[in-house]
Design a protein around this ligand. Structure first.
Ligand code: F6P
Length: 189
């Protein structure tokens, strides 16, 4: 690809209350980011979102000539029985799981849900499609973005759970012969 543009969705109501997973709407700040996003690109892009409301709403104000596609494979890491909980609630209700995840975050699979390792596998078709596409903007979720970012930056996938992908930051990656160039644009909201 020429460049891959990556963004998390704008801040959601769950981000505000510290809850994981779910299908929450954007917060007022998240809406501000959605309005800013069109100013950040510099050429027509094809936009891939997840099927969840917060990524679709984040891409809503991009120009109508940008093709948009929703991928289930871009939905956030499935937290299973912990979906919708805060980390404190998980610690109280499933203390052993909380410790197990801390000890091996890459391999830990939520009860009834997924691990980072599972996400890396389900992202394979996305990565293959990305490799043969040009100028794609992906609006997705923290865990998913960490895995895609690690792939393009040629980091070991087992390190993906610790990649830094903040909210309201557009990351532009350009693969080159010697490695991948990275630019970050943090929205000022
Ligand atoms: O808190 C936002 C979020 O995207 C959750 O939906 C998700 O479970 C979490 O981040 C992933 O981050 P971590 O793997 O560090 O818990």
């Amino acid at each position: 690809p020429r460049s891959v543009w990556l963004s998390r969705h704008g801040e959601s109501m769950y981000n505000l209350s510290g809850r994981i997973g779910g299908d929450a709407d954007l917060s007022p700040r998240g809406h501000q980011y959605a309005h800013k996003l069109p100013e950040l690109g510099d050429r027509p892009l094809t936009v891939w979102t997840s099927t969840l409301k917060r990524t679709i709403a984040t891409a809503r104000y991009l120009p109508p000539n940008y093709n948009q596609l929703q991928w289930k494979a871009l939905d956030e890491l499935d937290a299973g029985v912990c979906d919708g909980m805060t980390y404190q609630e998980i610690k109280d209700v499933y203390p052993e799981d909380f410790v197990a995840r801390d000890e091996d975050k890459y391999n830990y699979r939520y009860r009834g849900g997924e691990s980072y390792r599972d996400v890396v596998i389900r992202l394979e078709p996305i990565i293959m499609e990305l490799e043969r596409s040009e100028d794609i903007l992906i609006v997705t979720h923290q865990a998913i973005l960490r895995c895609i970012y690690a792939y393009f930056m040629k980091k070991d996938q087992s390190r993906s759970p610790w990649m830094n992908v903040p909210l309201h930051c557009l990351i532009k990656l350009t693969p080159r012969a010697y490695g991948t160039d990275e630019e970050r644009y943090q929205a000022d909201i």
